[in-house]
Design a protein around this ligand. Structure first.
Ligand code: GLU
Length: 420
């Protein structure tokens, strides 16, 4: 995976689609100018004492793109590829995503430039608590609500809720989502993004007149989103022929046992698929170009580019990751007649269940997993149908249609609220 390739800039990719949607909608440029840029950018340099006694300084961001529809919402990423443009793009995508699934949130994103895999639990805890202190005036249950993203999970969210609660002098469960269940988390949240990817895949296959049992699928990335997507898509009857992670790609024409792969990673010392038995080891690049019905890029940005888009053979791409396709590659995929369910729709199941978690925290009443899943599936199905219909209404691909639907909604709110 060529993460953080300097050749591509996710913010530029976001802006190009944004500008195209402004044109399609004939949107007043005054509103477009407000929404093209983030509301607020907070940067902090965070000193942390490492286990060896040395002090290391970490570059950290929180970007609030918009809070016009409600408190801003979005995950926190721990990765060496974190940079301001990436966080700005990810924050804007959260705004569009929340508008598309109809939840009352704006968009934000956080990021810390660090390599979580090489840090001890103690170092990660100190970094996460220090970040919470640095962002204490940004975060808030009615203000800005973080969640997990690449490199973070339930443990980091537990530290954030604990640190923030100490600062405020009271338990503030609703300040963050994606928490452990015993600490105010929601049933179904861990699986929610992958579940939404599955619902999007099911909806798209139905529109294409394809039966899941006649389809096969390759999934790039085997973190939370990739592994759960693969598992649930397999449960639909689709044969998963390839999966991949940082250790490379694993191909099996007879179908990969996804549950076995998940168990393999959980028990491996490297926490990766390294050594997982399969028919043939392939590269991440080869995985993207396999002759499959469905391709699910669920790793990171800038994976489908003008360099490889021509070679993609999948009939359907369902974007589990944020920004896996560069703006230049969109047209190539269109020309090849590939249906793309864009990131801001396909992976919106995660933030949808984050919203349910926040609602449950505020109610102090917790739902069954069945209720969470039923409501999340319904929200995803409605969003898919809405964007699919908007795509024919505007005569544009689903990605542009998704931007149009989101922009139309956020700009309408902007107009109603007015400004100085
Ligand atoms: N990080 C996830 C995303 O990109 C989830 C965000 C959230 O739940 O707030 O959608």
């Amino acid at each position: 995976m060529n993460g953080g390739s300097p050749r591509y800039n996710p913010l530029e990719s976001m802006n190009r689609r944004f500008d195209a949607a402004v044109e399609v909608l004939g949107l007043d440029h005054q509103f477009a100018n407000v929404l093209r840029v983030p509301d607020k950018v907070v940067m902090a340099n965070i000193p942390v004492t490492m286990d060896n006694g040395n002090i290391k300084v970490f570059e950290a961001y929180r970007v609030v793109h918009s809070d016009h529809l409600g408190p801003s919402k979005g995950g926190i990423r721990y990765s060496m590829d974190v940079n301001l443009d990436e966080v700005k793009a990810l924050a804007a995508w959260m705004t569009w995503k929340c508008a598309i699934v109809n939840i009352p949130y704006g968009g934000a994103k956080g990021g810390i430039k660090c390599d979580p895999r090489s840090m001890s639990k103690g170092e990660l805890e100190r970094l996460t608590r220090a970040y919470t202190v640095a962002m204490k005036d940004v975060f808030g249950p009615e203000q800005d609500i973080p969640a997990p993203d690449m490199g973070t999970g339930q443990q980091e969210m537990a530290w954030i809720v604990d640190e923030y609660s100490k600062i405020k002098g009271q338990n503030a469960w609703a300040v963050v989502t994606g928490k452990p269940i015993v600490l105010g988390g929601s049933l179904g949240r861990v699986e929610a993004t992958g579940r939404g990817v599955m619902v999007s895949t099911r909806s798209a296959l139905a529109k294409m007149g394809l039966k899941p049992t006649d389809a096969n699928c390759a999934v790039q990335g085997f973190g939370n989103v990739g592994s759960i997507s693969a598992k649930l898509i397999a449960q639909m009857g689709v044969k998963i022929v390839a999966i991949s992670d940082i250790s490379g790609g694993y191909f099996d024409s007879k179908g990969i046992d996804v549950d076995a792969a998940i168990a393999y990673v959980a028990n491996s010392s490297s926490r990766s698929l390294e050594g997982f038995p399969c028919e043939r080891k392939i590269s991440n690049g080869e995985l993207l170009e396999l002759d499959v019905t469905v391709l699910v890029p669920a790793a990171m940005e800038d994976q489908i580019t003008p360099e490889n888009a021509h070679n993609i053979k999948a009939k359907l791409i369902v974007e589990g990751a944020n920004g896996p396709t560069t703006a230049e590659a969109d047209k190539i995929l269109d020309d090849k007649g590939i249906l793309v369910v864009p990131d801001i729709l396909a992976n919106a199941g995660g933030v949808t269940v984050s919203y349910f978690e926040w609602v449950q925290n505020r109610l102090g009443y917790y739902w069954t997993e069945e209720r969470v899943n039923r409501r999340a599936d319904r929200a995803m199905k409605m969003a898919f149908d809405n964007i699919y219909n908007a795509s024919s209404k505007y005569g544009v691909n689903m990605r542009l249609a998704a931007y149009c639907v989101a922009l139309e909604k956020v700009s309408a709110v902007l107009k109603l609220r007015g400004s100085f």
